[in-house]
Design a protein around this ligand. Sequence first.
Ligand SMILES: Cc1ncc(COP(=O)(O)O)c(C=O)c1O
Length: 483
Amino acid sequence: MQERSSVAELAGILRTELNRYSPGEKLPSSRALVDRYRVSPVTVSRALAALRAEGLVVTRPGAGAFRAARPRAAEAPRPGDTSWQEVALSVETSGESVPRSVDASGVLMTLAVPPPGALELHGGYLHPSLQPERALAAALARAGRRPGAWDRPPIDGLSELRAWFAAEIGGRAGALAPSEVLITAGGQSALTTALRALAPPGAPVLVESPTYPGALAAARAFGLRPVPVPVDADGVRTDLLEQALRATGARVFLCQPLFQNPTGAVLSAERRREVLRVAREAGAFVIEDDFARRLAHEDAGPLPATLAADDPDGVVVHVCSLTKVTSASLRVGALAARGPALERLRAIQVVDSFFVPRPLQEAALELVGSPAWPRHLRTVAAELRARREALATGVRRDLPELALRHVPPGGFHLWLRLPDGADEAALTAAALRAGVSVAPGRPYFCAEPPAPHLRLGFASAAGAGELAEGLRRLRLACDEVLR
Ligand SMILES: Cc1ncc(COP(=O)(O)O)c(C=O)c1O
C-alpha cells in the first residue's frame, strides 16, 4: 500500500519537475533520485515507468532517462455516442430468461481498496507484511529459469502440480488421483467453471446463508437462482438442506465446510455425513469450496479431511486455491472431480481460457516445494491466531453491542451480529468517514437477511496497532449511528 502511494507521489513530483529540462535532456540518474527523494530504487523505477507510459520520459538501457523530445500531443477525443449499446446489450434474441447484465459488486467488494488513510478491516487477502514476498520472488525467478518455462503447459496443468494438489485434497489415504485434478486460475475461476458445468441457466442452486458474495455473483451471472440454506455454528443446517433439495429439485449445493466465509463455521462430523447422504439421495452435486484450509490458526487442532476425500462416487466437486495464503496475484488453484463431471469441467475451462499461464504454475510448484513454504504456513497460522485474539478481545471490550457469538480458529474474519433494527449501510458509511472500512452483512445473504451483521477482517491490517486503531474508529461510527 505504502509502496503504491510513494510511486504515485514521486511520479507527481517528477512530472512537475520535467518542465525544468529541455526536450531530450537527461534526467538525474536513478541513484540520484533515490538519494534526493529518500525512496527505494523500486519506487524510482516504477515512477519512471509511469512517466514513460504517459509519453513524458524515454529511457535508454545503460544511458538513463530523458525528457521526451516531443511530448505526445494531447488529442481531443471525439465525443462518441455509445447509447446504441444499451439496446444491443439487452435485446432478447431468444426465449432465454437469463438476465444479460452482470452484477459484479459481490466480487468487487472482495477486491476493493480502501480510500487513502482508511484502515482496511474488510479485506479478504493477507496484508503485504504477511505475504511470503521473498519466497514468491525467489520461486518466480527459479520458475523463469526452468527449461520450457514459456512453453505451453499441458492443458489440465503441470503434472507435478496436479499431483501436489491431489495429495493435499485426497489426504494420506491417497483418495484422489492427479488425473482427477485440473489446475485453475484461482478459486473464483474454479467456482465459476463448476457452477456453469453443473447447472443449466435458470436452475436453482442451493447456497449457504450467509455465504461468499463472489459465489452469488458468479451464480447469478450464469442465470442460476441461488436458494439460501441457513448456517449455524456447526455449518449448514442439513435438515433444511434436505428440505430445500426436495422443494427445489436443485442438483447443486455450494458448501464451504471449513472456516466458512463469513461465519467461520466448521461443518460438524455428523453433518458432513449428512451433506453427502442427502446430496447422493437427491442426485445432486456438492461444490466444496475449501478456500480456507491453509488459513487454520495455530490453535485450530487437527483439521477434518476434505469432503472430496470421503466421496468415491463423484458427488463432490472440490475447489481450492493458493491465493488466500500467499497473494491474490498468485492465481493458481485446483478443481477436483470424478466421472463425466470432470470432462465437463475440463471442456469449459479450455474453451474459456485455454490454460493457466505456465510461468505461474511453475512458480507455484517452486514455492510449495521450497523450505520456505512450511515456515510460511507456520508464520501465517501464528499471526492469524494473534490477530484474531487481538480483534476478538477488542470487540468484546470496546464494542459490546456488536455480538460476537463465535470465534473461529481459522480464516480471516469475525462475523458480528448488530442490534435489531441497526442500519448496516449507515454504520459502514460512518465507519468509512471515521477512517476504517468494514464489510456490511447484506451482500452475504442471497435473500432477506434474518438480522443486520458486520464482517471484520484481521488479516488485511498491518498488525495489532492497526487493528486497535480500526476498532477505535469503529467505536466512533457506532456512537454516531447506533445510539
Ligand atoms: C469463500 C471464497 N471462495 C473463493 C474465493 C476466491 O478466491 P481466489 O479466486 O482468490 O482463490 C474467495 C475470495 O474471497 C472466498 O472468500
